[in-house]
Design a protein around this ligand. Structure first.
Ligand code: ADP
Length: 198
């Protein structure tokens, strides 16, 4: 099963992706996590991406397309994957189509988590507070200024993907404002309907 989770920062994509991993035994491919790992490891990609990420802007399509093309070829992704944070622009969606088509693969569904924007800043602040309480390291882009920029980037560059995937017939929308278990149920229903061809 090959799925995309679509939604603004703080929509709950990471939480839901983890549940899908457990239930379906396919990996979560988060470009954000992959880029943060590259930054931490000090690779060439990490060096190029760090300042852009910290400011809440998008890393170039060229970099993320390359990362994803390599990642979907790894053994654990052969039977499927959950893409979280990718594609984030229409050109990335087009690149993903090409990447998959070359391997004779396609997508099963694109699940969009619809959330009320005013809730997102609160969710980010909560995540920061919980991370601090747990003694963890707060993400460099989880501050009000970068977060606002991430929302703007989302509205301008990523939100058009809803219309894009609505046109291809792959889009399924769930209510991301419901409680976590309810969102999980809605996603499972959407996945079941998509894989049954409904
Ligand atoms: P968010 O919680 O904002 O969705 P992510 O962990 O998905 O955060 O991404 C963090 C940052 O990594 C983004 O703000 C961006 O700079 C970079 N990034 C992640 N995925 C992509 C992508 N597909 N295209 C461009 N930049 C990306």
């Amino acid at each position: 099963m090959r799925l995309i989770l679509l939604g603004p920062p703080g929509a709950g994509k990471g939480t839901q992706a983890q549940r899908l991993v457990e239930r379906h035994g396919i990996p979560q491919l988060s470009t954000g996590d992959m880029l943060r790992a590259a930054v931490k490891a000090g690779t060439e990609v990490g060096k190029r991406a760090k300042a852009v990420m910290d400011a809440g802007q998008l890393v170039s399509d060229e970099i993320v397309n390359q990362i994803v093309a390599e990642r979907v070829d790894e053994a654990d992704a052969k039977n499927g994957f959950i893409l979280d944070g990718y594609p984030r622009t229409v050109p990335q969606a087009e690149a993903l189509n090409r990447i998959l088509a070359e391997k004779g693969r396609g997508l099963d569904a694109v699940i969009e988590l619809k959330v009320d924007e005013t809730a997102l800043v609160k969710r980010m602040e909560k995540r920061v507070a919980e991370t601090i309480a747990a003694g963890g390291t707060v993400r460099a882009d989880d501050n009000p200024e970068s977060f606002k920029k991430r929302l703007v980037e989302y509205r301008e560059k990523t939100a058009p993907l809803s219309a894009y995937y609505a046109r291809t017939g792959e889009l399924r929308t769930v209510d991301g404002m419901a409680d976590i278990d309810d969102v999980t149920r809605q996603i499972e229903n959407a996945v079941a309907a998509a894989t049954a061809g409904a």
